[in-house]
Every structure is written in structure tokens, then in C-alpha cells.
Design a protein around this ligand. Sequence first.
Ligand code: 0A1
Ligand code: ZN
Length: 879
Amino acid sequence: MRSDTSQTIYRNDYTPPAYLVDTVELGFDLDPARTIVASRLTMRRNPDSERAEIELYGENLELVALRMNGKPLGKRDYRIDGNLLRIANPPQDVTLEIETITAPEKNTTLNGLYVSNGSFFTQCEAEGFRNITYFPDRPDVMAKFTVMLRADKQKYPVLLSNGNLIEEGELDDGRHFAKWEDPFKKPSYLFALVAAQLVCQEETFRLKDGRDALLQVWVEEGNLDKTDYAMQSLKNSIRWDEERFGLELDLDRFMIVAVGDFNMGAMENKGLNIFNTKFVLANPRVATDVDYAGIEAVVGHEYFHNWTGNRVTCRDWFQLSLKEGLTVFRDQEFSADMIGTASGRAVTRIEQVRTLRQAQFPEDAGPMAHPVRPDSFVEINNFYTVTVYEKGAEVVRMLQTLVGRDGFRKGMDLYFERHDGQAVTCDDFRNAMADANQRDLILFERWYSQAGTPIVKARTQYDADAKTYSITFTQSCPATPGQPKKLPFHIPIAVGLLGADGRDMPLGQDGANGSTAVLELTEETQTFNFTGVGEQPTPSILRDFSAPVVLEYDYTDLELLHLFSHDSDPVNRWEAGQRLAMQRLLRLTSAVASGGKLELDATFIDAMRKILTDDGLDPSFREQALLLPSETMMAEQMSVVNPQAINAARQFVRATIGTTLRTELMQQYLANMTPGEYSPDALSAGRRGLKNLALSYLAAAPDADAIELAQAQFDNAGNMTDRVAALIGLIHAGADSAAPALQAFYADFEKEALVVDKWFAMQAAAPATTVKAVRELMKHRAFTLKNPNRARSLIFSFCGANPAQFHAPDGSGYAFWAEQVIALDALNPQVASRLARSLDRWRRYAPALQGQMKKALQKVAGGKKLSNDVREVISKALA
Ligand code: 0A1
Ligand code: ZN
């Protein structure tokens, strides 16, 4: 039974719950076909509500019994309307007893209680708990949970839930039980249970206040050799939160459980984090440097939610960024601090900027554009977006820039002092920051309420006689759905001025400290003056990417080259290189389209050579500086997107770099080998990154030497990072040895699901892989749509990471996409709905492609049993 609940929900319609829940006792008799859930709720009227009605949400449940204060309720005592069960005019204090039945083995949505590889898991955010039992399933209802689990002991030896284990024992018929109690009140979306055949790595860890906590990482038996890094990351996270924010683990026990079927990355359930295996399992044989970094970030992220999300939670789902933006910011800072070095910090910042441009800016300019705090939604699961997460983190970062690092800490302290144990709003967070720092942050609210990426245009003027330099900024923001006009944003713009010698000039400007000034733009147009400027400077604007905006400034090539060589701010140094590259890539794209001659100037090549060979720079920074803007980023710069021309232009630049810098690339390849035992530390990973980028440029202009190099690396690789890089090199070079290498790779790793995912993903993204080839790969025995990681590895990778093939002029890519969205939707709407977003930007393509895309969108829209998830995305795309 899928109830029709496809109405739009508005933020302004929020009303407090009529009844609050103090305690929840849950009893589970776990059975894959028929799980019986008994719930006992103690409830009381909410003094802050006028309404006298109990409202419980329930979906896909069989209601067996309902009792209020001991008396069975009959059909006349309550109403069920779609997913809402209402009891009118109940007494002041109520004890409800509810018995329901669900069939976890039939649940392919991975939302609520489900079975993965024979074991039970739950996923309750955002509204999954209502698939387990009837409950006021909204985040502002916080209650204390006690959970009794009963299950077959042999099949499910491990029984876990939130909080502390208070009792366990045997039952009849080979069953056993475990009783768990969570001492903290929490919203239902943080509930979790696991009943499984798992083993754990565990450790006791001394907290700052002297208490000992038990830390556990639970995995399937064969994976116990892959838990070290997750455990280490967990310990680092606990220490970091104690030191940076004075926040301690509030439980005696903290568990991480890995599951192979999971819709997202991981989930911060109180004391029982459930993770996609992708973000837990690692050893050098199966995981890449990127995987290791992902594990550190996600383990940190979920752990940090314990305070930003769990102790202080969201009043309603429109406030999602309250916990997500803040927690992403915290995990970003954690990862940066773990690296330690200044340029390592900058590299993490550069990667964040890349994600914003690659994914968030396009979202903010497309049909699903929404504010960091949305005003409405049909399906909340569609709003776990890069805007809520990554732009949300940028908004928090700007607050830190405005009030300073110490001021930010004061604001956080006040936030917890005021709101611990509460469900609150984004305004509450901003007010804590403002009040702790006596700052006016009223205008700053617009970052939460207005969608779209602001455009900041800069003009500069130098007066040699007066030795003054002025920068005039003008801001605007494109219209987004439902928001035709925008008001000015409060934008912190960090600025430095470089002299001809490449050094920072001391800044004579109010508020400047040292060589970088944070200018606060709050109006549409504002001019800032610098005094005592002895020579015409080169402006370095938006240092450290101080705001998520598009900066337009007419830099000359000479100025960009100057910044690329000298800017003391590594992020802007990188940015100058990106601008140089982007100008050329766009010019070449037009040349490809018009059949013009393709040429790359020596100036650009020389600049790349200089960075590549500058041994004074960290390898990881050099890698970033040499990476070209992606095809998606290029597409965002064009008024009419031509995917094949973009691809050809970018390939031309890559091949030209590969040819003209051959000697230097080879030198760097050899100089950055990391012999000896593998270590995922930032320095070694940076060296591997630069070495493998060199390899990829060499393979972009393949000669026998390059192919031999890739083959040798593939054959001798001592870790997955090098193995994958070599294999991609062979595939992209179109080498004859690519097919046997792929075969060997599969044979070596067929038992490692996460590596098989890589095997599919590499092929899906390869330039020569056509729609037809993807359809063939779908027939492979290891392929299944039911496992989200597997579906993502092949289908999402093709639709997202292979634009030239996906946008095949005959529309075959789109027809494939429509089929897969429909097929996935029947199994798992959340996953289908993410794939449905692939055509968000369809209106920006040439008319012929647009027509094909529209047809595919309409085909999906015509689907009879479409989920709310997919329907919302598709109807917004077509609107
Ligand atoms: N809160 C989790 C993300 C998450 C969201 C929804 C999920 O299921 C629909 C699962 C996880 C996080 O931010 O890590
Ligand atoms: Zn999160």
C-alpha cells in the first residue's frame, strides 16, 4: 500500500505538535516476513498547542491493535486518512499501546526496517520511522526510548539499538533477546536497530573527563581486516571535538555498523551509527586514497552530529541545514586539521570549491534550486542536497569569517547553552552567533532564505598620485523558481593586493589585518578604498573562497599568470590557474564546434610547466593546480551546451599537455613514487596524486612508453590507488591491454563488492563506453539494480560522468536514463529520484538535444506508479 501524500508542504504552515511523547517502549519480534512491533507511548498535551488531537504517522503498516489508557480503540475512535491516524479529543495524559506488523524482506526501499544480506537494519531519517510503527514522526517530538529486540539467535546473534545494553538473555525456540535504553530523549528519526550476523573490532577509549567509552565497529566476518581506519578516524573525531569545541561523547558506548545496502553515505542514529560499507571498509588492497579520505570525513561527520543534530536537533525538516550545513562545516574543519600543513588545508578547501562548482552551482541555477532553508517541498528526501549540505556549510563558514574563529566558538557555546535538548531553527543558530559576538546578522538571514548563486562584479581603480586603490563591487543574483527578485546578500570578501614582486602589500584599509582584508559587502554596490598603495597592484579577490559566489573581474592573462605564480593565498593561486584554463577550454570548444584550428598557447603550457616542476610546492597542491576544470564546469559557462565539443576540447588540452610536457611529466612520475608500505597520510596520498595525474596526462597522448608505464604500474601496484589509476590510464589510452587488464582486475577482486563497484564505474565513465556497452554491462552476473552502490557505480556514473556518450545525438542515452529511472523507482524511490536529477539542466542544450531530453522526461512523467520522490523532480524539471 503506497498512500497518496503528494501534496506540497510549506515551511510557514508549521504548528507545534498537539501532544508530546515522554517515553517510548518498543518491542520487536523480528522475522523477515512478519515482524511484530509493539509500542507503548506515554503522551501528554503540549501546553504550546491549541489543538486537542493526537496525530500519528504510519505507512505500509498493518494495524493489529490500538489501546488508549488500557481501553481498545475501535474504528470509530480514530480516523486513518492517508498516512495519518488521528484520535480526537483525548485526555490530558495518554498511554497508547499500538501493535503493528511489517514485512522487512519485502522492503526494497531501504527506508524503515529492511533486510540486507539476511540481516535486519533500519533507516529512519527523514520519515522512515512511520514504516515501523504509528508515531508522531516529526523531529520536534523528542522522547526517551527503551527497546526490546527478540530474534532467532543463530541467524541474528547480534542485537543492537541506541544507547546502553541493559539486559540480554535466552528465549524459547532458539530465540534470544536484548534490551536497550537510550538515556537521552531523541526524535524518532534517530532511532535504529540492527539484528545481524556481524563481528566487531572494539576498544575502550579514555575521554577527556576521565570516563572510558566502549567503541565498536561492526562488519561482516570477512571484513574484520578492513576496520582499522574507521576506528582510528572515530578516535580522532572524539578528540577533535573535545579540543576544538569542548564537546564530549555523552554515552558509555558508541557503535558504527556497516551495511552493504544503504541509500546514502551514513546515518547518525544516537550511539548506533549505520554506515554504507563504502565509508567504513578499507585496507590498502581494496581502498584508494579517496576512499580513505571519505571514511575519515564521514566517520567524523556522523560523530559530530551527536551534538549538532542529536543533542540539538531540527524543529522541522525545513531546518535541515541547521544540522547538515553545520556538521559538514565541522567535518571539513576536522579533515583540514587532520592534515595539519597549511597547503594541505588549502587543498581540502580547493576540493570543497570544486564540489560547489561541479554540483551546487548547477543545482542553484536549475529547476530544483532552493534556499539553504527551503520554503516548501513535496518529498523531504529530495532535499538532502548539495545546497542544504555544502552551501549550508559555506554559510556557516562565512559566519566564522565574519565573527572570527574565537567568536565562532563563543557562538557555538551559547548555542548549546541555550538549546541543548531542544528542536530549533536556523534562526536560533544565527541568533546565538549574533548575540555571543554582539554582531548584527540580520541581513545575513538572506543566505538562508534566498536561492541562487550571487554574482559579484568587481571594478578597480588605481590613483598613482594619491596612492589610493579602490574596488567597487556590484552584486546581483539570478532569478530562481518562485523567487524572481533578490535582495542584496551580506558577503564577506577577503582581499589581498600583490605588488609587482609578487609579494602581498601591507593594506591600509579599515579592518585590515596584515595582508588580507575581509570586506563586508551588504549593499548592491559598494566601493572600498585602500590608501598608501605605492604601485599598481594585482588584486587577489575572494581569498580562500570567502563566499559561495561567482566573481567576475576582467583579469588579463598577465595578471592571472602573476597570481598563479605568486599569490600567497593558495586557493586564489589555484583559482588563477583555473581561470587561465577555463578561458582556453571555452575558446577551444567553440573552435571544435566551428571546425576551427585547435591550438594551445605556449604561455599556458609554460605556466603549467612551472607549477609542475616547482619542487618547493606540495605535490598535492601541484596536482590541484594542474587539474583542468571538469566538463560539467565548462558546460555551466556556456549558454548553449555542446557536450561532444566540450569533451573534444578538453581532451585536446590534456593530450597537448601530455605531449609538450612529456619529459617533465615523466620526471615527476618517477620523483613521486611512494615505495614501501602503503600509508594513507596526506603527504603520501599527495605524491600518489601527482604521480597518477602525470600518468593520466601521459596516457592522454598515448605512445608505447606511456602504455608500458601504465601496464607496469597496473602489474606491480602495491595498493588500490595505483592499481585503479593505472587501469584508468590503459582504458582511456584505448590500449589493447585494457580489456585483459579489466578482466584480471575483476578476477582478483570479484569477492570485494566495493571493488566490483569501481570496476563498473571505471567502465561507465570511459570515453569509449556507449549506451549499448552499458546495457551489456547490466547483463553481467554481478550487476543488480537492487543494491544502490551497484546501481550508482554503473548507471549514475554513465549518466553523470560520461557526458559525451550520455548526450549521444540520437537520444539513446536519454531513453536509457528514462528506463532506468522507472525501473529503479519501482524498487527504491530515493535512489531513483537522485538519478532523475541527471536531466535538470536540459534547457541549456541545443534544440535537437533538448527535444530528445524533453521526450525522455515526459516518458518518466507518464509513468503510472511514479513515486512522489521522482514525480517532484520530473515535474519541476518540466515546469
Ligand atoms: N543524516 C545523514 C544523511 C542521511 C539522510 C537520509 C538518509 O536516508 C534517507 C540516510 C542518511 C547524514 O547527514 O549523514
Ligand atoms: Zn549529516
